[in-house]
Design a protein. Structure first.
Lengths: 228, 237
């Protein structure tokens, strides 16, 4: 059932697709993080803007990814934008939720102390609020990375130039070739789990004072449990 | 024609509302598949969650299982199962089982975590009071813990349902039924009307499922709990 010779012959392709997978996911996560940080800082003290943002983002998060990729095909064609825009949009939802939750968790008297020490709003944000929000921000990074790694696979629907490891799944299915399907599917899962573990580590390194915090998962009712 | 006109024209075409590839049938397929997977996942995860939450045994294990489950990419799960089930059954092994397995696997973690934390977070004083009143363990679960944890369990089912509906859409990539077919065929045939018709239908279905569960959560809240909370809110004001 497994064609080892084929697998060994295609290790170069595998490396290329892993690279593409990481680039597609990393690009979306990086752009999503930058935009989210700007939006969150802008909206954190604006009650109405914030409620609107949260509503729009939870609606967006409910829409299945395949539909979001498909929705862009008539607009941006089978281009890199069609792959990256939905990926970025989903990371926005995750990041905004977590950055806002992190900023909210900063105690009021800490803010007052910072103000009393003469910090300007910008200084207070950079030196007090963001560092204290860090556990949730990194938690969001973890959730966004893992979910984006999964979603990159689906972008293979847009053709052979996309999908990262998902390419092997789509091509293997077309050729009804089990080895190739697994050649894509198993590494995707490994990649997602490795990213998850690596980011838990990062969380510990960056915020040694706090136990890894469970990130706010926009699709979940109750906050999920942090890995122990 | 622009995109909106194309979409409306495709949706309004009576030919798209009859037969096996018609919208009502695809919707039914989508709902049956999702409902089946959710029921299956619920009947596995709710009892385990109740046991773990009630006894406090295996909390760490359940959390780890749930965490790994959360990190699993849905398409990859379908892909890994597909060669196995298709070797067993040449028809359903391609179109149905892989998606169904992925749906159940992905639906388990949110239901498990929510049930377990919902039951585990029931006020210990209430549980002790119930025991002091002579309730057995089973009664405590049925008459105290379950009613109080009902909304938490329901919200676990809601996240699972949204996830399951999205995964059912992916099944269309491997020849499965459901509304995802319009997306896959629309992209492959460069038929923008069909693609967008599918996008609208899938998005509306996902949002409707979410809304239905939110409504359901309100309906099943324990009346006693609602009374306590409203009197607390009144005394706080």
């Amino acid at each position: 059932m497994i064609d080892i010779v084929w697998a060994v012959d295609h290790l170069d392709d595998l490396a290329g697709r892993v690279f593409q997978h990481v680039v597609l996911a990393g690009g979306a996560v990086a752009v999503g993080f930058a935009i989210s940080l700007a939006i969150s800082v802008w909206v954190v003290r604006r009650r109405r803007g914030r409620a609107g943002l949260l509503t729009v983002s939870s609606v967006l998060y409910t829409i299945p990814s395949l539909a979001l990729f498909a929705a862009l095909v008539p607009v941006t064609g089978l281009s890199i934008l069609t792959a990256e825009i939905p990926l970025t949009l989903y990371t926005l939802v995750i990041f905004v939720r977590n950055i806002l939750a992190g900023l909210d968790a900063v105690p009021g008297d800490v803010l007052e102390a910072a103000d009393a020490m003469g910090y300007t709003a910008g200084q207070r944000l950079r030196r007090v609020e963001l560092p204290l929000a860090l556990p949730l921000v990194v938690g969001g990074l973890r959730l966004a990375s893992v979910s984006t790694i999964g979603l990159v696979t689906i972008s293979g629907i847009l053709g052979d130039r996309f999908g990262g490891l998902g390419f092997f799944i789509f091509e293997g299915y077309r050729r009804t070739f089990a080895t190739e399907i697994w050649f894509g599917g198993i590494p995707v899962i490994i990649l997602a789990l490795v990213a998850d573990l690596a980011l838990v580590r990062l969380q510990r390194r960056l915020t040694p004072w706090s136990r890894p915090v469970a990130p706010v998962d926009p699709g979940r009712g109750v906050a999920a449990v942090a890995a122990s | 024609m622009n995109l909106v006109e194309l979409t409306l024209a495709w949706l309004a075409d009576p030919g798209h509302w009859t037969g096996a590839p018609g919208i009502p049938n695809r919707l039914l397929e989508h709902l049956l598949l999702s409902g089946g997977a959710l029921a299956l996942a619920g009947s596995i995860a709710v009892p385990i969650g109740i046991y773990v939450g009630h006894t406090g045994r295996g909390v760490g294990l359940a959390a780890n299982v749930a965490n790994i489950g959360r990190a699993l990419p849905s398409l990859a799960v379908i892909a890994i199962v597909l060669p196995l089930t298709s070797a067993i059954d040449n028809q359903a092994g391609f179109r149905l089982y892989p998606t169904l397995v992925a749906m159940v696997v992905l639906a388990l973690p949110p239901i498990l975590v929510n049930t377990q934390t919902g039951i585990g977070e029931v006020d210990r004083d209430l549980v002790e009071a119930a025991r002091a009143m002579g309730m057995r363990s089973g009664d405590v679960v049925r008459r105290v813990e379950l009613p109080l944890a009902a909304t938490a369990i329901a919200s676990g089912l809601r996240s699972a349902a949204v996830q399951v509906v999205a995964t059912a859409t992916l099944g269309a990539i491997f020849g499965g039924g459901g509304l995802g077919r319009y997306l896959v065929e629309g992209i492959a045939q460069r038929n923008d009307g069909m693609t967008y018709g599918g996008v609208v239908l899938v998005a509306v279905l996902a949002l409707a499922v979410e809304a239905a569960f939110v409504l359901g959560e309100r309906l099943i809240r324990s009346p006693g709990l609602v009374r306590i909370e409203s009197s607390r809110a009144a005394s706080a004001a």
